[in-house]
Ligand binder design. Structure first.
Ligand code: HSE
Length: 411
């Protein structure tokens, strides 16, 4: 199989390296015959070992009958979208690491692939090197997946870890994550939860076989969190993690959320540190399973891209397992406002009385006082919906800088 790589950056160069290593015996014997025969990039790489196959002419690559598979590692949803459509239309299989593109246009691109009898595979778009997409699509296809809870953004996991263990403020931890190359070009996508919600949209679309737009997912990032939140979490027996979660009820209705959550310290997700990701899956047959590994970085992400290439090279195209995301049926979603919430709310002591009185009907309980902040628990003794919680906070007139809702991840 001959492979063309679009975008010779962090991930694209990793793909070239993994394939080159494979040819010299680092992989299983039956996948030795892969070769990178073209690389498309607008930049010049005169001293690169692949300099003689680097071109700016994508159209020529798509027209080349010797190319079987196109790897899209450009990122973004503009030129990558156009090139992906052109490559699929030209009858090339396409493999991508581009979560933004898959979340935004996955349904359409899968449809074009189906029409052209080629594959559009996106293992590397969620969880970096973790084999989660193929595990859900193939190995767990015999299950009804009831819940997925994931740590799917390495940057925010790294930042929360540094706030907890290094005792450093959010801004300093973010600078460290940027220096280590984990963050997106615009780190707002990481810290505001957008990257995680794109990944959740991909997982939910795959599992529900419907096109779930990422912007309908209720999303909170970690920008408003303070070191005291990790201290409160620890004192209560939890770890604070940015969780992307999907729950499916017995009527096939889903709740979807990306937000900071308290994870019980004995839960497997509590031991996921630094840039590592993990996806905790509950299926009716398998029960609980956790998939763990490096969620970002050149070689881990390239490992997932190469896994898709190997699938194309070794598994014949078969109509029976063509993936399609149909238009979303609107009654499949439980509105965020209707979802049940059980949480600790961290408040500065100055506003605590106001908030406690706005929440009075829900029997709030102050459980901890720490460093001029209080944590009060709601949703344990009296049912509380997310909508009711938001309304009470609004009535209390507090601003988002004054508090944090630390939801408890259900077991
Ligand atoms: N910025 C992303 C992260 C990269 O931190 O997880 C991998 O998708």
């Amino acid at each position: 199989m001959n492979v063309a790589i679009l975008g010779y950056g962090v991930v694209g160069s990793g793909v070239a390296k993994v394939i080159a290593d494979c040819a010299t015996g680092s992989c299983l014997n039956y996948v030795k015959d892969l070769a990178v025969t073209a690389i498309v990039d607008i930049r010049e790489f005169p001293d690169d070992p692949y300099a003689d196959i680097i071109t700016k002419d994508a159209a020529k690559v798509f027209a080349d009958p010797s190319i079987d598979i196109v790897v899209e590692t450009i990122g973004g949803a503009t030129i990558a979208y156009e090139y992906t459509k052109q490559a699929l239309t030209a009858g090339k299989h396409v493999v991508t690491s581009n979560k933004e593109l898959v979340a935004l246009h996955g349904a359409e691109l899968l449809e074009i692939a189906a029409e052209k009898n080629v594959r559009y595979l996106y293992e590397a778009s969620v969880g970096g090197g973790i084999p989660i997409i193929r595990s859900l699509r193939r190995d767990l296809a015999g299950n009804r997946i009831e819940r997925v809870s994931g740590i799917v953004n390495g940057t925010t996991n790294f930042i929360l870890d540094r706030m907890e263990h290094g005792g450093i403020p959010f801004g300093q931890a973010l600078t460290e994550a940027q220096e280590l190359g984990y963050a997106e070009q615009d780190p707002a996508a990481d810290v505001d939860g957008i990257d995680a919600r794109r990944k959740l949209a991909i997982l939910a679309s795959l599992l529900m076989e419907e096109d779930i737009p990422d912007d309908i997912i209720y999303t909170e990032g970690i920008r408003h969190l303070q070191s005291v939140d990790t201290t409160i979490a620890n004192r209560l027996g939890y770890k604070l993690k940015l969780i992307a979660a999907m729950t499916r009820d017995s009527e096939d209705r889903m709740t979807l959320i990306v937000a900071p959550h308290l994870v019980g310290e004995t839960h497997p997700l509590a031991s996921v540190h630094g840039v590592f990701n993990a996806i905790y899956v509950t299926g009716n047959a398998i029960g609980d399973a956790m998939f763990y590994g490096q969620g970002a970085g050149t070689l881990p992400t390239a490992s997932a891209v190469v896994a898709d290439i190997i699938e194309i090279a070794t598994v014949p195209y078969h109509e029976a397992c063509v993936e399609r995301w149909l238009p979303l049926e609107t009654d499949r979603l439980i509105l965020h406002e209707e979802a049940q919430v059980h949480a600790f709310i961290r408040l500065s002591s100055a506003i605590a009385d106001r908030v406690i009185s706005a929440l009075a009907a829900y029997e709030p309980r102050t459980v901890i006082t720490e460093n001029n902040s209080q944590a009060i628990e709601v949703g344990r003794s009296v049912f509380m919906s997310e909508g009711a919680l938001a309304k009470c906070l609004e009535e209390a007139g507090v601003s988002t800088d004054d508090y944090a809702v630390l939801r408890i991840l259900p077991l």
